[in-house]
Design a protein around this ligand. Structure first.
Ligand SMILES: Nc1ncnc2c1ncn2[C@@H]1O[C@H](COP(=O)(O)OP(=O)(O)O)[C@@H](O)[C@H]1O
Ligand SMILES: [Mg+2]
Length: 366
């Protein structure tokens, strides 16, 4: 693995992590190319762009001021006490900057960062060997922590709380439990689905930080910053158009910027991105002015047309548009809910008056 930002990063089980990712998202690369999806579903291509554009310190990290403030205090206090920081839980929709924060925290602390994922840790032994390989002050980052299974969670609980690891040696009657001391590490966990974490697990974190969608101004700053890093000339209006279509999500903003650049290089003589080129590129990608893509509109149409406006369960929506429930819930829905085009009720999802208006459907349903 490459070293980033001075924090030495060892990727634990990255290979199996990638394998599982691919398995989770069959043909995700193909579907990105074929269906031109831009919602913040992370693909392998993104990892390259993410890495190239990832802010390396708090000053470069745009927005999320409250979280930055909190983290600076936590980090400052820990440094003063010469102690590792408390375990941290970062949650919020995909592409908002959780992984980036983990890198920045490690860099600020001058700590080693080890990265793994809830899907890569399958057995108690997997996490045991990672934990015993850590040193005092190291940071273990577990992405998609809601995917951890029970066996692994049971190892992590005492490790987080007492820095102890129970090891069972031998089998059957002769089995013995041995307790070993672990280094004083910090766990930073990230999840898009905090509701899937048990409350005892949640309560073991010293701080629980929720990342929210960015505002238009922040996204424009991110697009400008990325354009500079990628040596892309843009005009103000083009930046504003790209930002408006970015689902208030940095990963999407970066991805759109790159797509629009590719489009203008292919079609125009010019090297800079004009407002017209941005509009044309978005139209070609079937992304509308609010950043909705085909799948978003399919979800909304399913609720509006097939299920009479709802309420309808996620399962039925997923079946009717042949998309995975998890993808709808993690990738598409958060933004649609956020901008009020659909709503969640105890009985299921409903389309809102605004949602109908966006689809150009006359409001006879509500
Ligand atoms: N606050 C931010 N300022 C600038 N760029 C950001 C910010 N947050 C995220 N990004 C960009 O978006 C990409 C995706 O962020 P990442 O941390 O991987 O999101 P997550 O882990 O929440 O899915 C990063 O590589 C970075 O380029
Ligand atoms: Mg991430």
């Amino acid at each position: 693995m490459t070293r980033l930002y001075g924090a030495s990063e060892t990727s634990v089980g990255l290979e199996s992590y990638m394998k599982i990712k691919r398995h989770d998202n069959p043909g995700s690369n193909n579907s990105t190319a074929g269906r031109q999806e831009v919602a913040p579903k992370p693909t392998l291509d993104d990892q390259v762009l993410d890495r190239a554009l990832r802010p390396s310190n708090f000053d470069e990290y745009v927005g999320q001021d409250k979280i930055k403030e909190n983290l600076k205090i936590l980090i400052g206090a820990a440094k003063k006490r010469k102690e590792p920081i408390e375990h941290l839980l970062l949650h919020g929709p995909s592409g908002l900057g959780k992984t980036t924060l983990a890198y920045i925290i490690a860099k600020e602390l001058g700590a080693n960062l080890k990265i793994t994922s809830g899907t890569a840790l399958e057995k108690a032994g997997d996490v045991g060997s990672i934990l015993t390989g850590l040193s005092d002050g190291d940071i273990l980052f577990i992405d998609e922590v809601h995917r951890l299974n029970k066996a692994v969670e049971e190892v992590i609980y005492p490790a987080m709380e007492n820095f102890k690891l129970d090891i069972v040696i031998g089998k059957g009657n002769s089995a013995k439990t041995l307790q070993i001391d672990l280094p004083r590490f910090t766990l930073i966990a990230a999840t898009t689905k905090i509701s899937m974490l048990s409350s005892p697990f949640r309560s073991r974190f010293g701080a629980n930080l929720r990342l929210d969608f960015y505002n238009q101004g922040d996204i424009e700053r991110i697009v400008n910053r990325s354009a500079k890093l990628l040596s892309i000339d843009t005009d103000k209006e083009a930046v504003s158009i790209i930002s408006q279509a970015s689902r208030f999500t940095p990963r999407v903003a970066n991805r759109l910027l790159k797509r629009v650049r590719d489009y203008s290089q292919m079609t125009d003589e010019e090297t800079s991105i004009s407002a017209l080129a941005a509009k044309k590129a978005l139209a070609m990608l079937e992304i509308d002015d609010r950043g909705l893509e085909k799948t978003d509109r399919e979800i909304m149409h399913a609720i509006a047309d097939k299920f009479a406006g709802g309420p309808v369960g996620l399962k039925s929506i997923a079946a009717s548009i042949s998309e995975e429930e998890g993808t709808i819930e993690d990738v598409y829905e958060p933004y649609l809910l956020r901008i009020g085009l659909i709503a969640r009720t105890p009985k299921g999802r409903v389309i809102t008056a605004q949602g109908l208006k966006h689809l150009g459907i006359k409001n006879t349903l509500l």
